[in-house]
Design a protein around this ligand. Structure first.
Ligand code: PLP
Length: 498
């Protein structure tokens, strides 16, 4: 179908990269009304041929325009001028807060891209999953059979909202061993850490309240906040985690109702919060009486460095709530996690838990309990540690070999992720993502993890999920994709090694 409105001339001798010129020309025509809402754009292959540029340039331009709300894509039908347009990211960059609609549009555009990573043959570093080849599948099978033989219908009935008692006491003993003083009443079994976070938000915050977290942060907490109509305020991080000076100012200005942190091997950056920062944070929260939710789902993935106490172990005033789960360390699909709260919160939390799903599967709680009793968790942790350390070595070596000069990363002491910042002058993470996908490799785009703007050149790579040979191959593909793009779009400082 002809596109009467689309009239594009690119300046090849200009210093501005071709795909940026393409973005600017399409935007101008949308803004002027020459391209009206609903108008279909040419397929990327056709436009690329017509303009004599590569298809990647057109795909990247369309993708940025989609992310900015100028275009929309309909599966199998093509790319169209959006019917209801939102402000471009450049405009929003002037104000630190994006509108909820912009957030949703941007998140949807990025998530669309991430879905593409699931196609067969892609070496996918984008997920948050632990290595599945070590899942204790046969142990679980035995445990389920034994639980049913032993408890019969009781294992399949409604469980108490707070959880299966023997599992609760095993959790109490487990957290006491890491310094958390708690009673049985303080332990609430949840459907993974994800539900634990949701229950805390539902119990402690009302729509319109503010939750403070690090920027970047766990994507799932932003999803929950959005669903619960809670504002998120992101605080910048330094090498030690969330910045206390900024946090203190924000507490004064915004009176947040909750602070959410991941002290151990933070998702997405992999940072470990050192002891002095943990103390500062616990003291600050106690002084202002603001609850802190510490999410420790990566705590047990420590393969280097000393073990640090959780924030809850440093908390004398009862403001810290601790969550962890048996998902990452054992089986993500058996949705068992827990909250360790305290007298001030217990009752509210179990009421909200009951309203959410009555109780977490009693069968699964019993099976996990049996796995703990049989030492399967301890064995699993040891195996994970050895393997993750090996994979981290492979990831660092491959990053060094394949990622462009000027990229930055640090060596994580635990967790699953390598956080890489690509050189600012070169292709963005979103552009690299699309180009990498065409070479069958994927990662999580850094911007996804920011509540404000940021992360445009950052990638989160789950090295834990792949064997060293796949890490080598996958990082190689990503590096090659970046180089091909950089060579095509130019815009790099002379002397940068392509
Ligand atoms: C920081 C963090 N918290 C919570 C979760 C969710 O964990 P679960 O599977 O226990 O619900 C994830 C999963 O990626 C995570 O990264």
């Amino acid at each position: 179908m002809p596109n009467p409105g689309l009239n594009i001339t690119l300046q090849r001798e200009s210093e501005e990269p071709l795909y940026r010129q393409l973005i600017a020309r399409i935007r101008e025509q949308i803004d002027s009304g020459d391209l009206p809402p609903g108008r279909r754009l040419p397929a990327s292959r056709n436009l690329a041929r017509r303009l004599g540029i590569s298809r990647i340039s057109v795909v990247n331009a369309y993708s940025e325009l989609r992310a900015a709300g100028y275009l929309s894509a309909r599966a199998g039908r093509g790319t169209f001028v959006a019917r209801e347009r939102i402000a471009a990211p450049e405009a929003s960059a002037e104000s630190p807060q994006r509108s909820p609609r912009q957030d949703r549009r941007r998140a949807a555009a990025i998530r669309d891209m991430m879905r593409l990573a699931r196609k067969p043959g892609v070496i996918d570093f984008s997920s948050g999953s632990p290595p599945s080849e070590f899942f204790p599948v046969s142990y679980l099978q035995d445990a389920l059979n034994q639980v049913i033989d032993r408890d019969g219908a009781a294992a399949l009935s409604y469980e108490a909202a707070e959880g299966y008692l023997p599992l609760r006491s095993a959790v109490r003993d487990y957290v006491r061993a890491i310094g958390i003083q708690c009673r049985l009443d303080d332990v609430l079994i949840t459907g993974g850490a994800q539900q634990a976070i949701d229950l805390v938000l539902q119990s402690l915050l009302s729509p319109g309240d503010t939750l403070v977290t690090a920027d970047p942060t766990y994507l799932g907490v932003m999803d929950i906040a959005q669903a619960r109509r809670v504002h998120i305020h992101g605080i910048p991080i330094d090498d030690d985690g969330i910045r206390i000076d900024t946090l203190e100012n924000i507490i004064g200005d915004l009176r947040p109702r909750l602070i959410y942190v991941m002290p151990s091997y933070q998702n997405p950056t992999g940072h470990l919060m050192p002891m002095h920062r943990r103390r500062q944070l616990a003291r600050l929260a106690a002084r202002h009486g603001i609850p802190v939710l510490e999410d420790e789902v990566y705590r047990e993935f420590r393969f280097e460095g000393e073990e640090l106490p959780p924030l809850k172990a440093l908390d004398d005033s009862g403001v810290v709530i601790h969550t962890n789960a048996f998902t990452k360390v054992l089986l993500p699909g058996i949705r068992i996690g827990y909250l360790i709260a305290g007298e001030a919160y217990n009752e509210r939390l179990s009421r909200v838990k009951q309203a959410a799903d009555i109780s977490t599967s009693g069968l699964h709680q019993r099976a996990i309990h049996l796995l703990l009793e049989r030492g399967v968790l301890a064995q699993q942790l040891e195996r994970n540690r050895i393997e993750l350390r090996r994979r981290r070595v492979a990831a660092l070596a491959a990053a060094q070999r394949y990622f462009p000069a000027g990229s930055k990363w640090f060596s994580p002491q635990g967790g699953l992720y390598l956080w890489v910042e690509l050189p600012e002058g070169g292709p963005s993470a979103a552009e690299t993502f699309i180009a990498a996908l065409q070479r069958d490799a994927a990662f999580a785009i850094g911007g996804l993890f920011y509540s404000g703007d940021g992360g445009g050149h950052a990638m989160r790579l789950n090295f834990g999920i792949h064997r060293p040979a796949a890490i080598e191959e996958g990082f190689g593909r990503i590096g090659a994709a970046w180089r091909a793009l950089a060579a095509e779009v130019g815009g790099l400082e002379a002397g940068v090694v392509l």
